[in-house]
Ligand binder design. Structure first.
Ligand code: SF4
Length: 408
């Protein structure tokens, strides 16, 4: 063999990094592994994409509303919400048309009505406080981490890293000494929650959630949405802080949009949670919110308040419930990254089992702890856990094909 032959090296085989999105993959798997396998890995469309439409509609409306706000600022004709119905309608119609072009339509008229009302409330009541703080919207994130090892007998790929991707809804830049923000209720809520005052300039990442505030998870109970969404924020913060235009990330904020415009069942749930002290945001004793909640639906209603009419909770209380501020700390980031590495390991293990010949129902973990998730799951008719736990209550035994709704 010549010396030249000795110098020629063999190029390693190319492979693509497995890519995991924080919301679509990791949080989706935590909701239920088997459901994730069919809807995300197998791309089976949902027969009732109710939550998907609502979440995407709210995100789309908030993004478009901010885009218009920002454009008017730059053109020197600033306009801060509240905006008139014609403007709101043009935003809603634009987003609904975009979603419909992707096959996403509201499942019924009631969902559409609530979605529109919530979107209007979010723009007109939250927008005036949030939009002036926004530095960037829809910030794409990507980072790479070591792929956790799985049982060698289940190995099915060569990668040693995985890509973690996500999209931050909003990055805000907060300047503590800017007089415009002195009375801003979002800034005040953030500062009240931070354990120590950050430097003069810092940023906060914000994620909209198309849901009501989940009950607080304290102590040693099972890990649910409360904790998982905090992991999401910490992981976003860790990836974000390596981007070139980032300021120190002091906190992540979840905005539970449904709290800004609660429905009757939301209010009934809230009343039960307040009575049983099962939520972390109780109304202040003696406040208007406390009085309204206590007397609504009783024989002692507020003057003029009928049971059939939803009581108007003060904006301050609705905003308190909508905002959840999670301070960013190194310890919390470490815990979140380690938790998500663990989720990746579990997904890779399920994939490995399936690749090595196990049937899907055996290879994938299932999570039937949330009845509300199972009753709208398209796998319920053949899912053993659903059949054992919920089928007798709900009765549906035949699989359903993905639904089609033709709009007039
Ligand atoms: S019915 Fe429940 S446990 Fe079964 S696959 Fe669906 S979400 Fe998972």
């Amino acid at each position: 063999m010549s010396s030249v032959d000795k110098m020629v090296t063999v190029r390693p085989r190319t492979y693509s990094l497995p890519s995991y999105s924080l919301t679509g993959d990791l949080l989706g798997f935590l909701r239920c592994g088997l459901q994730y396998r069919y809807t995300r890995v197998g791309r089976l469309p949902s027969s009732r994409p109710v939550q998907l439409w609502f979440g995407e509609f709210i995100h789309g409306v908030m993004e478009e509303a901010y885009r218009r706000y920002d454009e008017w600022q730059k053109r020197g004709v600033p306009s801060v919400p509240p905006w008139p119905e014609a403007e709101l309608k043009s935003i809603r119609d634009l987003i609904e048309a975009r979603l419909a072009a992707r096959g996403l339509v509201p499942w019924d008229d009631e969902l559409e009505r609530i979605g529109r009302e919530r979107a209007d409330t979010a723009v007109n009541e939250l927008g005036p406080h949030l939009f002036p703080l926004i530095h960037r919207a829809e910030v794409r994130l990507t980072g790479a981490r070591s792929l956790p090892a799985i049982d060698p007998a289940l190995q099915f790929r060569e990668a040693d890293r995985y890509e973690m991707v996500g999209v931050i809804d909003v990055v805000t830049h907060v300047q503590l000494h800017d007089p415009r923000f002195a009375a801003n209720p979002i800034v005040r809520a953030i500062l009240k929650t931070l354990p120590e005052r950050p430097g003069d300039r810092f940023e906060v990442i914000i994620d909209y959630k198309g849901m009501r505030r989940p009950p607080y998870e304290g102590g040693e109970g099972p890990i649910g949405l409360w904790t998982q969404y905090a992991w999401q924020l910490m992981t976003y913060a860790e990836i974000r802080r390596h981007q070139p235009d980032a300021l120190p990330v002091a906190a992540g904020v979840l905005i539970y949009i449904n709290e800004l415009h609660p429905t009757r069942s939301d209010l009934e749930t809230l009343k039960r949670e307040v009575t049983g002290a099962r939520t972390d945001v109780l109304p202040v004793a003696g406040s208007a919110a406390a009085d309204i909640l206590r007397r609504w639906g009783t024989k002692d209603p507020l003057p003029g308040a009928e049971r059939s009419v939803l009581p108007p909770l003060p904006f301050e209380y609705r905003l308190d419930r909508a905002l959840r501020v999670v301070p960013v700390t190194q310890e919390a980031i470490r815990a979140a990254l380690s938790a998500f590495d663990g989720v990746v390991e579990r997904i890779e293990t399920c994939l490995g089992k399936e690749c090595h010949g196990q049937p899907i129902l055996k290879a994938w973990e299932r999570n039937a702890t949330a009845e509300s998730t199972c009753v709208v799951c398209d796998s319920r008719t053949y899912c053993p856990d659903y059949q054992i736990q919920y089928a007798s209550r709900h009765g549906e035994k035949q699989p359903r094909l993905p639904g089609v709704r033709v709009r007039a």
